[in-house]
Design a protein around this ligand. Structure first.
Ligand code: KG4
Ligand code: ZN
Length: 339
């Protein structure tokens, strides 16, 4: 199998990694979270500038920590979509330059494919078909994976992604950015049954609910109304841990129910969790135990491979490399691109 140097700069992490045969030789992530925190979210222009400042050292460190020489590296890959265009362009320009200078083939990689393949890094034995529950800041999808490049999106959110819902609910409670990890931490101290919140069901015209799709914007609005009501009732301070726990309970139930139903309907033996929200303690635990009760295997990457990193991108790119795929140096970046 190939040895790939990958670069990931689609949002607010500058990352580079070297992966050989689904084994991580080095994985460097320079997070910009502190820079964006004071603005309450990612500022695209600042993200691009910071990537420019950090990318050189990040790549150098990834190569040096891999203990390999450039002659051992078979190809250079960079995330080409989806993401912030300016941010993606930084990684892409550096990747293309390295590929030209060192005369290595170049591959553009899909960020979401990276999240799907993150689980391979610690479970090299994993084989499709499986269902991927991909939950990140921008996407919440149930994806049937039959092979590398063969994906079918069976369910998604109609509006906010799960991570987006976490970040927005955190903002409602002034918990800072990014909200996911903070809400997760607070939720562990609260009562998940304190407030009943909707699970984002999508009604079907013929009656009943869509089995796999969900809406998280309604859940966010329900939290807003709850906070307004508690404030109007003079409740001060707000029961933040109980709100966080009740919100998390609704999200985790919505995701787990849909993923299990979908995997069963599709007769798939395993569920692979991926994306930033896959770092959520409750989702990891509830999905794993509920699936085990039904004889289904769940593959959960460790935390560092759930949130954005370049090792997952290298892993996805190496699957393509082994199938003979290469990208042209004319490849562009795309803010949106279906899998
Ligand atoms: O995959 P990712 O790093 O970036 C995107 O591709 O979007 O996901 C980032 C998202 C953010 O919305 C963040 O709040 C959320 O993942 N997140 C979490 C947790 N850690 C990160 N959400 C819930 N619980 C967590 N522990
Ligand atoms: Zn991501």
């Amino acid at each position: 199998m190939a040895t790939i140097l990958a670069i990931e700069t689609s949002c607010d992490e500058t990352a580079a990694a070297v992966v050989c045969d689904r084994q991580v030789l080095s994985s460097i992530v320079a997070s910009q979270i502190d820079l964006h925190r004071r603005y309450g979210g990612v500022v695209p222009e600042l993200a691009s500038r910071e990537h420019l400042l950090t990318i050189g050292d990040t790549v150098k460190e990834a190569v040096s920590k891999s203990d390999l020489a450039w002659s051992d590296i078979d190809a250079v890959a960079t995330t080409c979509a989806p993401g912030l265009v300016g941010a993606l362009l930084v990684g892409m320009s550096v990747g293309k330059t390295l590929s030209m200078v060192h005369q290595k083939p170049f591959l553009g990689a899909h960020h979401l494919e990276g999240h799907i393949y993150a689980a391979y890094l610690e479970h090299p034995e994993l084989k499709p078909p499986f269902l991927c529950l991909l939950v990140s800041g921008g996407h919440t999808s149930l994806i049937r994976v039959d092979d590398c490049g063969q994906y079918k999106v069976l369910g998604k959110t109609r509006d906010d992604a799960a991570g987006e819902a976490y970040d927005k609910v955190a903002r409602l409670m002034d918990l800072g950015y990014p909200g996911g990890p903070t809400v997760d931490r607070l939720a562990q101290q609260g009562n998940p049954k304190a407030f009943r919140l909707p699970e984002g069901n999508i009604s079907l015209p013929e009656g009943g609910y869509h089995p796999y799709d969900a809406s998280f914007s309604g859940l966010k609005t329900a939290v807003l109304r709850l906070i307004e009501r508690l404030k109007a009732d003079g409740i001060d301070p707000l029961p933040v841990v109980d709100i966080a726990a009740s919100f998390q309970y609704a999200v985790v139930r919505a995701l787990t129910k849909r993923a299990l139903r979908c995997a069963q309907d599709q007769d798939l033996p395993a569920i692979v969790l991926g994306g930033g929200v896959a770092a959520n303690s409750s989702l990891r635990q509830v999905l794993t135990t509920t699936a085990a009760d039904q004889g289904m295997q769940v593959y959960v990457p460790s935390l560092k491979f759930c949130t954005d990193n370049a090792a997952m991108v290298a892993c996805a790119a190496s699957e393509h490399f082994d199938r003979g795929h290469r990208s042209s140096l004319d490849l562009e970046v795309y803010s949106r691109l279906p899998l």
